[in-house]
Design a protein. Structure first.
Length: 255
């Protein structure tokens, strides 16, 4: 609910500021719609709308969606987890190899431009990001007797982060622009919840304890995961804090 309150406040502020700007004589092109080309390579469809408030300042709202598919950056993640001594039963490696991930994000930001032309040149842009992830993971847990027990975990993650983007924008011709998101360090928090329902009564107490340990061994950046295993369900909850980096290269239409 707090996310929607924030977005509503953002739109109200932009609307009020835009009306105030109408009292001044400004003829620059104020509306930009952009597509992030870098995101397409990672199965991300990312659009951004930018509204100029004056020649130096703008407000933007970005929307990103990634359809369900394999975990991004699998190669790098495999190298980071395959030799991790804390990764019990190679659960982290199994997650990287077999989990299916989808995601979405909404990113409001304000920009200040340093160029001489309106909404052009280098800029600095503080931003917030609200998003979520869908997780679908078929984990094959190996019992102590060597047999395999399938555990189908499904879940979701909510995310909230913020940062500062450094970039540059150039208008090419009357209606075309390029926008380079050079470097955007950010820091965020993620609440992750996974659930599996079914019959787990065929797992011994030792197997249930091992499965709990296995799931709790999957962590990021030293964050802790709490898991529970019963005869009818498996659950896992984790609160993760992670740094991140926002980059991209957009082509846009200005009007």
């Amino acid at each position: 609910m707090k996310y929607f309150v924030f977005l509503f406040s953002f739109f109200v502020f932009v609307s009020f500021t835009s009306k105030a700007q109408k009292t001044t004589k400004e003829t620059f092109t104020k509306n930009n719609i952009k597509l992030n080309l870098f995101g397409l390579a990672l199965r991300n469809f990312s659009l951004q709308y930018e509204r100029g408030l004056n020649p130096k300042i703008s407000a933007s709202l970005g929307v990103r969606f990634m359809p369900k598919g394999s975990v991004p950056f699998q190669g790098s993640l495999r190298n980071s987890v395959k030799n991790d001594p804390a990764d019990s039963n190679n659960a982290g490696l199994d997650f990287v190899n077999n989990a299916q991930i989808s995601s979405w994000a909404i990113t409001p930001e304000f920009r200040y431009y340093f160029g001489k032309q309106p909404l052009n040149g280098f800029y600095v842009a503080p931003f917030l990001r609200i998003g979520g992830y869908g997780i679908d993971w078929d984990y094959k847990f190996e019992r102590n007797n060597g047999t395999v027990k399938p555990v189908h975990l499904m879940g979701r993650s909510t995310a909230f982060s913020g940062g500062i983007l450094l970039g540059a924008q150039w208008h090419i011709g009357k209606h075309v622009l390029l926008d380079w998101w050079i470097l955007g360090p950010q820091y965020g928090s993620y609440n992750v919840k996974l659930d599996a329902s079914g019959d787990f009564s065929d797992l011994s107490q030792q197997d249930q304890a091992e499965l709990k340990k296995t799931i709790e061994s999957i962590g990021f950046n030293g964050n802790k995961t709490d898991a529970s295993v019963t005869n009818t369900s498996v659950t896992a909850n984790s609160k993760i804090s992670l740094p991140g980096l926002r980059t991209g290269f957009c082509v846009g239409y200005t009007f």
